[in-house]
Design a protein around this ligand. Structure first.
Ligand SMILES: [Zn+2]
Ligand SMILES: [Zn+2]
Length: 324
């Protein structure tokens, strides 16, 4: 199956990254309490076919590329970038649909969709990573009113030889590193990132209650901003076996919003650089219009018994005697 990447996704839509992770870099990643196999995306082992060329493509204006085989696994050194792109794209679409269609008008202003993170009190760092993440997500969920969103756990922060913080995009541990490249280490420092909407209690109040502060990063005022944020968060999450990398909660949880329909559609592939229609090279060596299959998803809110949800169970008077 050939899948479309967004036209907003720059060059990577056509030519996928095929750089491999140097095995020595594994040694620079700090151990994660309780999860000895935790790794960064792209730090696993690729399949023989990953990144091999399927066919050449070009657009009507001459931009060229190749279509490669991809396994779409998050641990694959060749395909993890594509995994993050696709996962983020799907999640951003779901988030934005819920955000725009949910019933609370107060939390529907675009500036209300935002990226926050939560550090963990150092006293808790020795606990197993998953337990710490669970604690953090509960603290934030319980502090969010009339909202919802998603979270991505991070086990590490990136530091240089002097212990100074290094941005992930400049870390040599990042297969997609951009200059300047900084020799760095993944130091265990658990924290959780959230993309949310709704009303969050003030940070001082939060600190008084939980002993740690959340950090406001930025507003995510469009589906595209949500996409960029999620993609960035996924590229350096801690992969834990049998656990999802991205979890929905509150108004975005799977028991509140369900997939109403999902269907494939065949469309003409467009050039990621100039949006012109694209062609692919056939096995016979001729060029033919390139069509790709995309997946469209429609969501709907699950009908819930609102009046029951809002009533405190202790105030619920049962007038009909219960049968024994
Ligand atoms: Zn792969
Ligand atoms: Zn082009």
């Amino acid at each position: 199956m050939i899948a479309l990447e967004s036209v907003n996704e720059s060059k990577v839509a056509v030519v996928y990254h095929t750089g491999k992770v140097d095995s020595a870099k594994h040694l620079k990643i700090g151990p994660v309490p309780g999860e000895s196999t935790a790794i960064l995306p792209g730090y696993g082992i690729e399949y023989a076919t990953c990144g091999t060329v399927r066919f050449k493509v070009k657009c009507e204006n001459g931009h060229e590329g190749v279509r490669v085989n991809s396994c779409d696994r998050k641990e694959c050194p060749v395909c993890s970038t594509r995994w993050a792109n696709r996962r983020a794209r799907k999640a951003a679409k779901r988030f934005w649909w819920i955000f725009e269609n949910q019933d609370n008008h107060v939390s529907r202003s675009a500036k209300n969709a935002r990226h926050v993170s939560l550090g963990i009190p150092p006293s808790m760092w020795g606990r197993p990573y998953l337990e710490v993440v669970k604690w953090a997500t509960k603290a934030l969920r319980d502090s969010l009113r009339s909202g919802g969103g998603l979270y991505v756990g991070h086990a590490w922060r990136f530091k240089d030889a002097r212990g100074e913080s290094v941005q992930w995009k400049h870390s040599d541990l990042n297969p997609q590193v951009v200059y300047p490249i900084i020799d760095s280490w993944a130091v265990y420092s658990p924290h959780v990132h959230f993309v949310i909407f709704g009303w969050l209690i003030p940070v001082d109040e939060f600190e008084a209650k939980y002993g740690c502060r959340y950090t406001y990063h930025s507003a995510t005022p469009s589906e595209l901003e949500v996409y960029f944020t999620i993609r960035y968060l996924l590229t350096h999450t801690a992969l834990i076996e049998k656990h999802h990398s991205l979890i929905w909660f509150g108004k975005c949880s799977y028991n509140r919003v369900v997939l109403a329909s999902e269907y494939k559609e065949t469309v003409r592939a467009l050039c990621p650089e100039c949006h012109a229609p694209m062609l692919y090279e056939t096995p016979e060596g001729t060029w033919a219009p390139w069509h790709i299959e995309i997946t469209r998803r429609h969501y709907k809110f699950k009908v819930i018994q609102k009046y029951l949800e809002k009533i405190d169970p202790t105030e619920l008077h049962i007038t009909t005697p219960l049968r024994v």
